[in-house]
Design a protein around this ligand. Structure first.
Ligand code: 1GP
Length: 244
């Protein structure tokens, strides 16, 4: 089954663990991978707004040595490409108006992605204000959609879908103070037919449950699990218990 078919099976809510390859040691990566297998994590996303080491390939290979959970690159820039991943979220940052993030970087990355034969997931990536400046909004030089402007988010997601993007990702940014609101998630979900990923600032299982209940199909957790894996199982249950 293709990665996209798995992502778009919306009958089952998906739990994604985001790993920033720069941060953890090998031992920490193996630890979270082993624990992830036990609790039924559906995918790993790997990437970061700014990588300062040449760790992407190594991180992906290490994850794959220890599990069969698919690994998707969630790229922070066009250098974050690897032939070892199972899929690649080709992000068009549709909440912003920076042409480099809408198409420019993609032109540079496209021949390498073709060469590596990665499965490409064309993704409408939308940054939502999470109450603080995040690395991704700074690095992408884009302004997030205001937290309470549900109508702008709905129309942006709809336009992304109409342009042919296969999945929409609402992201408050890693470490956001406030996650995307339940109201916005639910309105965007009702507006589009493609699967909806939600992440950024979901730092408790309770917040994950709220996002799932509001209509998120796929939940991404990064920061909270970097700090501690203690609540990994609770996160998994919060997401998977939302299955319809
Ligand atoms: C960020 O959606 C991801 O792009 C995850 O965010 O690190 O805050 O969980 P957190």
């Amino acid at each position: 089954m293709s990665i996209y078919n798995r992502l778009s099976d919306t009958s089952k809510k998906k739990f994604v663990v985001l790993i920033d390859p720069d941060k953890p040691t090998d031992k920490e990566i193996i630890d979270i991978v082993e624990k992830s297998k036990n609790v039924g994590v559906d995918f790993f996303f790997v990437g970061g707004s700014l990588l300062t080491t040449d760790s992407l390939d190594h991180c992906i290979k290490l994850i794959k040595e220890h599990s069969d959970i698919p690994v998707l690159i969630f790229p922070g820039n066009s250098l974050q490409i690897s032939k070892w991943c199972d899929g690649f979220l080709l992000l068009s940052l549709i909440s912003g108006r920076n042409s480099e993030m809408l198409i420019g970087r993609h032109v540079i990355a496209a021949p390498y992605l073709k060469l590596y034969g990665n499965e490409i997931i064309p993704t409408g990536y939308m940054l939502i204000d999470g109450g603080c400046q995040t690395s991704v909004s700074y690095m992408s030089n884009t302004t997030p959609i205001p937290h309470d402007k549900d109508d702008i988010a709905m129309c942006t997601a709809l336009a992304g879908e109409m342009l042919g993007l296969k999945i929409i990702y609402l992201d408050a940014g890693s470490g956001a103070k406030n996650p995307v609101s339940a109201e916005m998630i639910s309105k965007v979900k009702r507006t589009i037919e493609v699967p909806l990923i939600v992440g950024g600032g979901i730092n408790t299982p309770e917040k994950a449950a709220i996002a799932v209940k509001a209509g998120a199909d796929i939940i991404v957790i990064g920061n909270a699990l970097e700090k501690s894996t203690e609540r990994l199982q609770e996160f998994a249950e919060a997401v998977h218990n939302g299955n319809s």
